[in-house]
Design a protein around this ligand. Sequence first.
Ligand SMILES: NC(=O)c1ccc[n+]([C@@H]2O[C@H](COP(=O)([O-])OP(=O)(O)OC[C@H]3O[C@@H](n4cnc5c(N)ncnc54)[C@H](O)[C@@H]3O)[C@@H](O)[C@H]2O)c1
Length: 368
Amino acid sequence: MPENRSFSFRFGGRASAVVIAAGFDPAYLRNLVGTSASLVVSDPNTLAYARSIAAAVGAAEPFVLAGGEAAKGWQAAEAVIGAARGAGLSRDGWFIGVGGGVVTDLTAFAASVYMRGARLALYPTTLLAMADAAVGGKTGFDLFGLKNLVGTFRPADAVFMAGTALAGLPVCEWLSGFAEVVKTAVIGDGGLLGLIEAQAGTLAAGPANPECAALVPELVARCVAVKGRIVEADPEETGTERALLNLGHTYGHALEAVAGLGVVAHGAAVAWGMARACALGRGLGLTPADRADRIVRLLGRYGYAVGPVHPALSAAPADAAGRLLAAMQGDKKRQDGRLRFVVPTADGAELCRAEDDRILKTLVERRP
Ligand SMILES: NC(=O)c1ccc[n+]([C@@H]2O[C@H](COP(=O)([O-])OP(=O)(O)OC[C@H]3O[C@@H](n4cnc5c(N)ncnc54)[C@H](O)[C@@H]3O)[C@@H](O)[C@H]2O)c1
């Protein structure tokens, strides 16, 4: 079996260990939790895995959340806290979240406020949660129809990622997470960008394909390294570094809102947003043409829509541009009357501001 890869981050005042392994390792968790009480949280699709983790630490049957973004609300957070109380957790007890970003965000939130802060271990089971959500300390849930309106910063004490946990992940979920892998490569790892270009045929197949599965530890380790480096520099997003992780997200969130929540998968929306950010960066003279072409071509190879008018909005393309701009204006604060974006540069990404007419140009087809 290949060796585990380990990272020790310091996010603000808190240490956070990340272990990336080929398979599940019950001894790691047993040593971590020791004799403390613990609560394992899962969703229906991760229950089998959560049960093996509960057995390893001597915890009761996992607490099962309904699953999916619709379940990421206040009632679910309250239910997790209630389950911890029922399991007899004190401040030295462990919350153990086993699932995708919904489970890890909610479990981390509950741990961060339970008795003013209990201990937290995460077992991410989607590519998105491994490459992004489970690392870096953002917790939270949706309220009043707004994504992540409530949240805290609370890095996990330990995150354990096993490639085998992804074996049953549907390809659509894999590709949704893969957009964050591309984002990470663009902002911080040229070697990763080269790898996902060279292996596009294999990686687009999803983790049920053994050749793709064999690449998961390398992909995830590189994403964790980049995210960890950025979050160490800016743990609570008070500086500008952490904002780079939003590449593709201003356009992507607007698309998700205009198309209707759930119509375009989050990763597909972010991928389209990265292509639009390339167009914006080119227009502003910040993204070299060859770099923009390279990123857009790569996104196309993974099947993401990259054109100015997303297929979900093609019925009324002229109207779509205005609605997308309005959604961005509702989502983000303006500075000097301009919206803030992240755009790719020659070898990374940077924050910039753009006028409305410049943004609109990236959302309409150019006439030949
Ligand atoms: N905290 C952060 O920094 C951060 C960063 C990015 C995203 N997020 C959050 O992450 C969430 C999205 O995460 P997600 O894409 O993992 O969604 P998710 O948790 O809803 O999981 C997607 C689907 O996959 C299923 N699933 C999970 N693991 C599986 C497995 N191994 N096999 C089969 N099915 C499995 C889930 O049950 C669910 O139906 C959003 O709420 C987003 O806000 C947080």
